[in-house]
Write a protein that binds this ligand. Sequence first.
Ligand code: DHB
Length: 318
Amino acid sequence: SLKTTVAGIALDCCIYNASGPRTGTVNALVKIGESRSGAVLSKSATLLCQDGNPLPRYKEFPLGDACPGSINSEGLPNQGIDYYISEEVVSAIGSLAKHYFVSLSGLSLADNLEMLSRAMKVQGIAAIELNLACPNIPGKPTMAYDFEQMDAVLQAVTTHPSFGSKPLGVKLAPYFDVPHFQRAASILNKYPIKYVVCTNTIGNALVVDAENEQALIKPKAGFGGLGGAYVKPIALANVRQFSQLLREDIDVVGVGGVASGTDAFELILCGAKAVQVGTKHWSEGASCFNRISEELSVLMTKKGYKSIEEFRGKLKEN
Ligand code: DHB
């Protein structure tokens, strides 16, 4: 069985989609819901709809014959919060018997609080994922790297009158230094959040097209979030660190470079209660959730595991 719980929400399958790729419209969300994906997570919403950055703003790129990664600077193209919490979208996903998670990435604290209060009121939304890790808005820092701002945002959000009717999760940026893991965890541990998602893309990477002597994507002079196989070891490290540093009652969801059942297995070994898929969902479509889930099932059977709790977090040191 691939069953798990995230924030106390029971999921039939521990594999589901990351926010971002193929998550902007009801059609795309329904395709996820119709697959084996354990939940359906929306594109990060802003208060108002926005078109995002100029194209091309998402590319996959090769290393030899393989295509291990992606770079994006989409700039939060999305339909606005009222779309993602609308009756149309919520009931379409509900009718597929899948839990619906909504991601919020406001352009200001006031926008986050307004979106939070609207989303908290809507029946049929299981949980809210507050994204503190978007690296792609020109002129704005990645909030998860500004610890004082992160602390202030979590303080404001968790004491807001609308807070409390649904579990709140936080999407984090990747960290690379032990004191940063410790600082982030000590902030997160102060607040009544129910889960974290580790990690967003590695922000502000640059991929060069040598033939044309230019950056691969257009926005932000080519700087964008790096995803795919390049980021898996960083995701593994972040999941492991936060699993050990956060309060027992904060679940860790892993995301970063998952293309196979083995990749998902590795994140669960490091402590993840569920695993999201981003880049592979973009390139392969929603059937990736069927394939990766089946691969994880086969691997567990081969190893004699009947549930993910039998190996979750049990990574051995070498
Ligand atoms: C976008 C990218 C992100 O990594 C994110 O967390 C939110 C939005 C984007 O460019 O649209």
